[in-house]
Design a protein around this ligand. Structure first.
Ligand code: NAP
Length: 544
């Protein structure tokens, strides 16, 4: 029986059988390509082949899409192992093509004749087409051996996905695509559920666009999606054809899309902003190095409840949390160690076998471990500059390890309050000139890229046997430079970042962390971003 077209009540034409072998040729990743000119578009296509051989050619992004057809034909004739989707989405449906429905269908047909294996027709166009027009279009596609993908896009939200899929499936295309926009992390769950149920009977592509939708982009194929989309290159927004699209390089190298399976444990680093976090790079490198079947994804969290729902329902095996979630999450923990409770902040969550959340503070290890490598902490006199969140972990951790801790802060009363709670002492900055310490730790943002104040204290106040600067962006802070110039040994903030991450890795996997490799990749990323920012004349914007 022919299926009914739900929107028009018209019977849809007989579905064309999927062209032979197509299923086998379609990989998990399709690079979506656009360009301002045909020459540039196909230059990018050539470059994309280094990463994958499944490409979407967005003809609608060209001012004159028809002009690109000869090059399309030439490109596909040259690369016979490439699978290509031809797309010419009209402006009113979220694309850039300003032509009519008839012009769109003609272009798609020509793309098929040029060798595209799949063409993408948006559901609105399919519904607008007259049944005879659509039947002719499909018969011609069939003759060309080209499959039809019918797509639904919602550029505003994730809602009514089942109805959207029904509209698409009414045409019985070879591929069903539903793309919505994620406003919350839970929107990923809706998309993944849709993929799971619909992929039993159809080849489905489901995506939640936008930064919050990254989970669906990476985990779609695991849920049963035929494939997912990525942009060309290393990760700049420049090549992207949809909001939140991730680069193919990141999909393949960082998130290891090809290796993700049902047994892969999913971790996240949660915060807002989070896009520039170094944690996914560091942890995914460590997972790969230690052959741990796990992946870490950046999770943009606006509301803690949203994160907790994802943790429960995806589920997530663990989460690294940034401010202000470090404190907000405490009431939701089944348990935490005593030190974490005293600090009043938890940066690491682990989901137990009982499904409950357990909290840890690995910032303490981030401070203690680098110091332990260089000095005896017990009995040492250590001055901590600053009395904020990072200082709390340092002060409580150092006191716990037997150090005599002194706190100096811009707002002296805050230092007094923290000292009282942590069994430390508070000092005024003036005292630093005449008092010698075994180590000085900067926990203020002074010296950080974009922060006006370069040094946390006057130069004359630097009177310590070791300097530890938590700031790592830039790698060589003014305080580190000053200490070096006086021959004082230094510890940079990157070592803290890596050590707190190493402790997270141990908590999550039970294995020792590949610290040197973790350090190597984050340092390289920082150097690269520092250089890029310097070229652009702006401060580097990497976060933990
Ligand atoms: P926070 O809670 O906002 O605390 C900032 C502290 O610095 C406060 O005590 C504040 O003094 C003081 N401060 C801010 N601006 C200052 C200035 N211009 N002069 C003197 N003191 C100033 O921040 P946080 O979360 O503790 O983070 C602090 C720094 O540590 C950031 O740069 C962060 O990137 C870095 N950090 C690094 C790591 C790592 O892994 N390397 C980990 C955590 C944090 P008031 O009380 O007077 O406001």
């Amino acid at each position: 029986m022919q299926p009914a077209d739900h929107s028009t009540g018209i019977l849809a034409p007989d579905p064309a059988p999927a062209p032979t072998g197509l299923r086998l040729r379609v990989g998990k990743l399709c690079i979506s390509l656009q360009g301002p000119t045909p020459a540039e578009l196909f230059q990018r296509a050539e470059a994309a082949l280094a990463d994958c051989r499944f490409l979407e050619i967005r003809l609608d992004w060209l001012p004159k899409p028809a002009a690109a057809l000869p090059q399309l034909k030439e490109f596909l004739a040259k690369h016979r192992d490439v699978t290509a989707i031809g797309t010419c989405r009209r402006k009113e449906h979220g694309g850039k093509f300003t032509g009519s429905l008839t012009a769109e269908l003609e272009l798609l047909l020509k793309a098929a004749e040029c060798g595209c294996h799949i063409v993408d027709l948006e559901v609105e166009s399919a519904e607008e087409a007259k049944p005879a027009q659509l039947a002719r279009f499909r018969a011609s596609l069939k003759a060309a051996g080209t499959a039809l993908l019918v797509s639904f896009h919602d550029f505003a939200r994730t809602k009514g996905l089942e109805q959207a899929a029904d509209r698409v499936e009414a045409f019985q295309p070879e591929f069903v695509k539903v793309a919505s926009t994620a406003r919350t992390l839970a929107d990923n769950l809706a998309v993944l559920n849709l993929i799971e149920t619909r992929s039993l009977n159809a080849q489905v592509v489901g995506i939640a666009m936008g930064e919050e939708g990254l989970v669906s982009r990476v985990l779609g194929p695991r849920a049963g999606a035929a494939f997912t989309f990525a942009s060309v290159g290393e990760g700049s927004e420049e090549g992207a054809t949809a909001p939140g699209q991730v680069s193919a390089r990141a999909m393949l190298d960082m998130y290891r899309l090809e290796q993700i399976d049902q047994a892969t444990r999913i971790f996240g680093v949660a915060g807002n902003p989070i896009a520039h976090s170094l944690s996914p790079l560091m942890h995914n490198t460590a997972f790969r190095r230690e052959i741990v079947n796990a992946v870490m994804l950046p999770l943009r969290v606006r509301m803690l409840d949203d994160l907790l729902r994802l943790v429960r329902e995806l589920p997530l095996a663990g989460v690294a949390v940034t401010m202000p979630l470090k404190q907000e999450v405490l009431p939701h923990l089944a348990n935490m160690d005593q030190l974490t409770a005293r600090i009043g902040a938890c940066n690491t969550l682990r989901t137990g076998a009982d499904g409950k959340l357990y909290g840890f503070n690995t910032d303490v290890a981030g401070v203690i471990r680098p110091l332990q490598k260089r000095m005896k902490i017990e009995g040492a006199r250590i001055v901590v500059l600053g009395a904020g969140g990072a200082a709390r972990a340092a002060v409580f951790g150092l006191v716990e390890h037997g150090a005599e801790v002194f706190i100096v802060n811009r707002t002296h009363e805050t230092a007094v309050a923290l000292a009282r709670k942590a069994k430390a002492k508070s000092l005024k900055e003036e005292v630093l000139v005449k008092t010698r310490f075994d180590a000085l730790i900067n926990t203020t943002p002074c010296g950080m890229a974009g922060v006006k104040q370069a040094l946390p204290i006057k130069e004359s106040g630097l009177n310590a046997g070791l300097v530890f600067d938590m700031v790592y962006n830039p790698l060589e802070t003014p305080l580190i430079k000053l200490a070096r110039s006086r021959g004082i040994p230094v510890i940079g903030g990157l070592e803290m970042f890596v050590q707190q991450g190493a402790r997270q890795f141990e908590i999550w996997t039970g294995k020792p962390a590949p610290e040197a490799e973790m350090m190597r990749v984050v340092e390289m990323a920082l150097r690269r971003s520092g250089a890029a920012s310097q070229r652009a004349g702006e401060p580097a914007s990497l976060q933990r």
